[in-house]
Design a protein around this ligand. Sequence first.
Ligand SMILES: [Zn+2]
Length: 278
Amino acid sequence: MKKYRLLVTVIIAMGIILIGTSNPITNLQKYTNMINKQDIQNKQDNKKNSDKTTDNKPSNKSNNSTKPNNNYLICIDPGHQEKGDPNLEPVGPGSSNKKARVSSGTAGIATKKPEYVLNLEASTVLKHILEGKGYNIIMTRESHDVNISNSERATLANEKKADMVIRVHADSLDNSSKTGASILIPEEGGKYTSAIYEDSNKCAESIKQSMNEAGINLNGIFQRGDLTGFNWSKVPVVLVEMGFMSNYNEDQMMSNPDYQRKLMQSIADGVEDYFRNK
Ligand SMILES: [Zn+2]
């Protein structure tokens, strides 16, 4: 009987151990499954997060990088017109100082071409190059028989909320040996133009660099506080004097389609660099 009792006790004890240990084993398996599931869940969450990070990248990039070219509006002003208008207009808003509304400009010593004709020729080339880069363009004039004063040209760009104004002109001087392009910008700290000086100067610097790279003969950047077309402008503005019509060779060069295109390409490239670095 004692052996039998001992056997029964042993069986009961083993049963208790089995029952006792079955729960930990089951629990261990459950925990293992939970850990595995948690692990997988974590991995999935990480993946989702990394996916989100990836998803966010393009929008972050588009927020931080420059806008595409078609977000910008550029106003091109081909200087002068067929008949000047000697009637006076204020040189700036509220100014008692007055100048002729607009003149007909100079003329070529070799080509005999009027400046207003050359300005529109070159401006049209510039328009096509900038449109090719995707920019939106408005022109102050596309024919010669118009009467738009310098303040009215500036006001047009203001009202259209242009991002930049490019004024296209050609120089003349009594000294026929003088050559080279010049870039004019509003005066720093000018009474009417302090708000547009910085961006005008940045764009001018960018055009200067581009002209230098293209091998264009350039005299430099000059500030002007006396130009009606600058003083009325709320939009950053640069005026490019393409060269001297009073110099025989430069006058002919400016009417050469290849040189004209090279010059306008360098202006357009400079403008594009300006907007990219803005
Ligand atoms: Zn001019």
